[in-house]
Ligand binder design. Structure first.
Ligand code: BTN
Length: 323
């Protein structure tokens, strides 16, 4: 347990005041509330800005330009939700939460790594993942004794946890898309990147990287698949903490009831029943996505009536038969 120093508590309190106030707070008011001098307030502001906190300075005082940052009390709350991890690492900026998580996993740590911004966000198949402020970017380190052939169940589990949480938190009709996406109104709102370390046929650790477009704008960007964000759909900024808490709760519950994962995925699926094109590293298959088998492979019925089992690849939903 980290011992909190007085200095640290003052900075936390300062951030909390700025987070709760609509308007800028003057240096004088902050000095009075914190019981320190105005010069000391200025020094704290300077330090917090250097750490990357989005504090704007106005004539009338100081304000947080993004009020949706996580405070220590939020992080403590997240840490109490599940025993899947022992610590929460919260970073204002990093290359990729996958890099930080990998270093920790190699040391045997179980952690949740969250970043406000990633400068080298990673997507599947070596693609870049746009990760500006406003999104929810995190990696969960799992040391689960899963057989290797079941590792991809973790992506199904994650997409189900995300879709259910978006439905419950924002009442939006989120659906899962094979293999690892979450869609709202047919546009991608979240993606999952699974990295594993394995030994023969056993998983040593898994890094489950989750990226959700929440308050970030994505409409003018070009993606492989049309993308959206929760705030673009709702037309207002939302709080990310309730969404993250809900995802962790669903994750915890599904990992202890693995038999629920595939039925829940099928129930929430936007892929099953659709005509799709799957591109794997060596071929392209077009047909109807008819089911997931018990191993988690997607079953495609081709035009010749043959059933193909697909374990990985890019999937495109074809809206009409001419595509
Ligand atoms: C995809 O759809 O291609 C997967 C995207 C995964 C993005 C997340 S954001 C948090 C974690 N850190 C990364 O660099 N990538 C994953």
């Amino acid at each position: 347990m980290q011992k909190l120093t007085k200095q640290y508590l003052l900075e936390e309190t300062l951030l909390k005041i700025l987070k709760e106030r609509e308007k800028p707070v003057s240096g004088e008011k902050l000095a009075q509330l914190l019981g320190i001098s105005r010069v000391a307030v200025w020094k704290k502001i300077k330090k917090l800005k250097e750490l990357g906190y989005p504090i704007s300075i106005y004539k009338k005082g100081y304000a947080l330009s993004n009020k949706d940052i996580f405070l220590k009390e939020d992080i403590d709350e997240l840490a109490g939700i599940t025993r899947l991890f022992e610590e929460v690492i919260y970073l204002l900026e990093t290359t990729s939460t996958m890099d930080i998580a990998k270093d920790l996993a190699e040391k045997g740590k179980k952690a949740l790594v969250i970043a406000e911004k990633q400068t080298q966000g990673k997507g599947r198949l070596g693609r870049k993942w746009e990760s500006q402020e406003g999104g929810l970017w995190f990696t969960l380190i799992l040391h689960e004794p899963l057989p290797l052939r079941q590792a991809h169940f973790l992506t199904y589990l994650s997409s189900v946890a995300i879709a259910l949480s978006i439905r419950e938190t924002f009442h939006l009709p989120a659906q899962v898309k094979w293999p690892n996406d979450v869609l709202i109104f047919d546009k991608k709102v979240a993606g999952i990147l699974l990295e594993i370390k394995a030994e023969v046929d056993r998983l040593i650790y898994a890094l489950v990287g989750i990226g959700i477009n929440v308050n970030n704008q994505v409409e003018d960007k070009e993606f492989l698949y049309p993308a959206t964000s929760i705030c673009e759909i709702l037309k207002y900024q939302v709080e990310r903490l309730p969404l993250l808490k809900s995802i962790l709760k669903h994750f915890d519950s599904l990992i202890h009831r693995k038999e629920h994962i595939l039925p829940a995925w099928k129930e929430l699926s936007s892929t099953l029943g659709k005509k799709v094109r799957i591109e794997t590293s060596d071929k392209s298959i077009t047909g109807e996505a008819i089911d997931l088998d018990e191993q988690g492979a997607l079953l495609i019925k081709t035009e010749e009536g043959k059933i193909e089992r697909i374990y990985s690849g890019d999937c495109f939903h074809l809206r009409n038969l001419n595509l």
